[in-house]
Design a protein around this ligand. Structure first.
Ligand SMILES: O=C(O)C(=O)C[C@]1(C(=O)O)C=C[C@@H](O)C=C1
Length: 291
């Protein structure tokens, strides 16, 4: 059975690469924005979406986190972490090493991952954000007369016929992005090219009115049960300055004792708790990314 998966398009974004490693047989549906991907699942137009949620250099993708915590109950069914290699590319008409563009285009996260390169090599040249890295590459392809460049991945350079003049321009070598799979249905992972590294459960916790030691009490409910946390993120509740909710990743699958016990203890403290998902965590090595 084939299923449809929404991803941030056009063809050859990093999200497209992540989808092809986890769902090689899926029918991929490119969307213009991350919100369109999530809406498509929410409205039942596609079964699944795969969207970025965190980058090792730039931090959280807030648009994804805010949607999953404020807009819709869309369960997280899996995560995949892939290495991210950013390259600087131009139209073949401009491949002369002396070429200086008027504008560099890319996704805001990609630009943020390459600030040192832009400051060192292209000082003073403005950059503009596109909806994705592949959208930037496509724009360079479609405008050969304009003096512009893009930051994107190798697959985008191939797809849009561009020349990479500077490879691996991301500021730090350990650049990875985590993507989540969301769906209203259970997801079966078959024939993928990623390695499963264990299970996770993500909880959203809202503290009761601010009082001394509230967060300490929340964390102790996990600590004395020896539940390992791999991430704690705070996001504004959007109800007033200083009101925050916490998104907590526990390094184990939902069970019948420990996580339900933690939730009951937190609720007894006056917290509101929801489970955003309990799911497998996958990763892909650099060597597998080239395939
Ligand atoms: O623009 C892309 O290629 C995307 O898939 C989006 C995105 C992101 O939102 O972080 C994904 C991975 C990289 O970190 C850069 C951009």
């Amino acid at each position: 059975m084939t299923y449809e998966i929404a991803f941030l398009g056009p063809k050859a974004t990093f999200t497209d690469l992540a989808v092809s490693k986890l769902f090689p047989d899926a029918n991929k549906i490119p969307m213009p924005t991350i919100l369109d991907c999530l809406d498509a699942v929410e409205k039942g137009e596609v079964e699944l979406a795969l969207v970025p949620i965190e980058n090792a250099l730039e931090g959280s993708v807030n648009i994804t986190i805010d949607y999953l915590t404020h807009e819709a109950q869309l369960p997280i069914r899996g995560e995949i972490i892939i290495p991210i290699q950013q390259h600087y590319m131009v139209h073949p008409n401009h491949s002369d090493p002396a070429f200086k563009p008027d504008i560099v285009y890319s996704h805001s996260h990609a630009i943020a991952q390459c600030h040192k390169f832009l400051h060192r090599e292209l000082k003073g040249i403005p950059y503009e954000y596109t909806t994705s890295t592949a959208a930037a590459a496509k724009m360079v392809k479609e405008n050969p007369e304009r003096k512009i460049a893009a930051i994107a991945n190798e697959m985008a350079a191939e797809e849009y016929g561009l020349v990479i003049t500077n490879h691996n321009i991301h500021d730090y070598s350990h650049n990875h992005t985590k993507f989540v799979v969301v769906s209203h249905k259970d997801v079966a992972y078959r024939g993928h090219m990623a390695v499963e590294g264990g299970k996770k459960t993500t909880l959203m916790v809202t503290l009761p009115a601010d009082y001394t030691g509230a967060l300490h009490q929340v964390l102790s409910a996990f600590a004395w049960r020896k539940l390992n946390l791999s991430k704690i993120e705070s996001r504004p509740m959007k109800t007033g300055l200083g009101d925050y909710l916490f998104i907590i990743d526990v390094e184990m699958a939902m069970d019948e004792v420990l996580i339900p016990g933690t939730i009951a203890e937190l609720e007894a403290l006056g917290c509101k708790v929801s489970v955003l998902g309990s799911y497998p965590s996958f990763s892909v090595k650099s060597s597998v990314m080239q395939k």
